[in-house]
Design a protein around this ligand. Structure first.
Ligand code: OOG
Ligand code: MG
Length: 254
């Protein structure tokens, strides 16, 4: 049986050297709870290198995403400052394995419930909303994984870009979402695809992360999960997420 620290180290090395590795959880007998412990240890390597925790991301909150990767449980991962790419900034694929990009909605967190308490009031918990892009890059070969494997791999998190923050609009449960590559629409969807209402992603994030003693914090960024399937990120591309009423987030690829 491979221990938790060894798995975290393998995943960290895979990310740092942009080298795909085989899945690990089945052979190591890792369940979901242990996988979150591996994720914590994996992100711990980043923190030890000076990165800071700046938020949380949800994964597989839409049917399109669940179907694309063949895993149908909502998952969450950790975001660090080093994963952030400025709006309009550049992502270099050379340091990644087989990156994909997806359109997201981001929340800027304000007042959160006490540890262990459920989220009661979205309006006071979220200060602003923004269109966003997430770059995911599974460390596993062929972008194929089991539920514990993707959790251990920090839910494929690689990079993210947040567009301009907006005051929270009256309704965010049915906004059109487009993903464009080089001005061409490659995915379309709606924020309704995110658990029926992206606000529910925050309720779930508070609940699921709380199970592992992780408390969301004021000032953190929260990614609600992609509304559409992800598409491969190719060098030279210009990628844009457009969310109705919220605006756009974009990045360039080299
Ligand atoms: C897992 C991460 C999923 C999302 O928004 O659904 C995710 C993956 O697809 O590799 O970030
Ligand atoms: Mg995502």
């Amino acid at each position: 049986m491979t221990d938790l620290a060894t798995i975290a180290e393998r995943l960290d090395n895979a990310a740092r050297t942009a080298t795909a590795i085989p899945q690990l959880a089945a052979d190591a007998g890792i369940d979901v709870d242990t996988a979150y412990a591996v994720q914590e240890a994996l992100v711990g390597h980043r923190l030890a290198r000076g990165e800071t925790l700046v938020g949380l991301k949800m994964g597989l909150t839409s049917r399109a995403k669940m179907a694309q990767v063949g895993v149908d449980e909502v998952i969450w991962g950790r975001l660090t400052d080093a994963m952030r790419v400025d709006d309009g900034g550049t992502v270099t694929v050379g340091g990644l394995i087989h990156p994909r990009v997806e359109p997201e909605v981001a929340f800027l967190l304000d007042r959160l419930p006490e540890p262990g308490e459920p989220l009661a009031d979205f309006a006071s918990a979220v200060r602003a909303v923004a269109p966003a892009l997430e770059v995911i890059d599974s460390r596993y070969r062929d972008f194929t994984f089991s539920l514990p494997d993707v959790i251990a791999d920090n839910t494929s998190a690689a990079a993210y870009t947040i567009g301009p923050w907006q005051p929270v609009p009256a309704g965010i449960d049915n906004l059109g979402v487009l993903l464009e590559v080089d001005g061409r629409v490659v995915q379309t969807g709606s924020t309704a695809a995110i658990l029926g209402d992206p606000r529910r992603a925050l309720t779930e994030g508070v609940r699921l992360a709380g199970r592992y003693g992780v408390q969301l914090r004021t000032g953190w960024v929260f990614l609600a999960g992609a509304a559409t399937a992800a598409v491969p990120l190719k060098p030279g591309a210009h990628v844009r997420a457009v969310v109705e009423s919220l605006g756009t987030a974009s990045l360039k690829v080299t």
